[in-house]
Design a protein around this ligand. Structure first.
Ligand SMILES: [Zn+2]
Length: 228
């Protein structure tokens, strides 16, 4: 996600720099990730894999937004917090409106999910090279050769990486504000109808928002492992 307001800094924040982007991680990020993973976890290794996957995947997603912002001339910083991640422009975004175009906004929004899909693609490529196979949602399988031992650490690692980067990426593209897909649909509506675009995109957001709990009940928000 981009542009939402950031949480206040705390003393337990972790700071580092990645590809020149300052990164801040709130302690609440770890707490919420652990809470999300604890339901399906069978032990500490299982939980640690989940937290590591969430951390890497959200960081990659925000790096996608941050690199796109840099491409359009903005310095970006990344924050990971209880609601996921944020990529924010370093200077005052509204002061830069003159450089701002709907096309750049749309590409910045799409770059987050795109980065996640690329990471998933990389994981799938590794499966083919290593001749390992994994079962996924909807009867899909990725890779070739020997299946992983069910719920072994490598199986959970690969499954969680694909799960978060593919499924969450798709959900994030729904036209629901403030998800990335909602930012894209708002820009598109504004482009075609500058006066009524915001209202129309909010209506679409409300309607499509109804799909989110429906998807959740189909298991899209919990780790459901598929055996081969
Ligand atoms: Zn995003």
């Amino acid at each position: 996600m981009v542009f939402l307001s950031e949480p206040p800094p705390t003393q337990a924040d972790l700071h580092f720099s990645l590809f020149g982007f300052p990164v801040r991680i709130s302690p609440w990020f770890w707490a919420v990730s652990a809470l999300m993973g604890i339901r399906g976890a069978t032990g500490p290794a299982d939980l640690l894999i989940w937290i590591a996957v969430i951390f890497v995947s959200i960081l990659v997603h925000e790096l996608g937004h941050a690199f796109a912002m840099r491409h359009y001339g903005w310095n970006a910083r990344i924050t990971l917090y209880q609601f996921g991640g944020l990529a924010s422009p370093e200077s005052n975004w509204s002061m830069q409106q003159s450089h701002n175009s709907p096309k750049s906004q749309i590409l910045i929004s799409l770059a987050g999910p795109a980065a996640g899909f690329m990471l998933a693609g990389l994981v799938i490529a590794v499966l083919y090279v290593a001749e390992r196979k994994i079962g996924f949602f909807f009867g899909l399988t990725f890779g070739t050769g020997q299946p992983f031992e069910f719920r072994s650490p490598p199986h959970m690692l690969v499954h969680d990486l694909l799960f978060v980067n593919i499924l969450w990426g798709l959900v994030n593209l729904l036209p629901v504000y403030p998800l990335d897909g909602g930012q894209v649909s708002r820009e598109l509506f504004m482009l075609y109808s500058p006066r009524r675009g915001i209202v129309q995109s909010l209506w679409l957001s409300v309607i499509a928002g109804g799909a989110v709990p429906l998807l959740r009940s189909c298991g899209w928000s919990s780790r459901a492992y598929t055996s081969l």
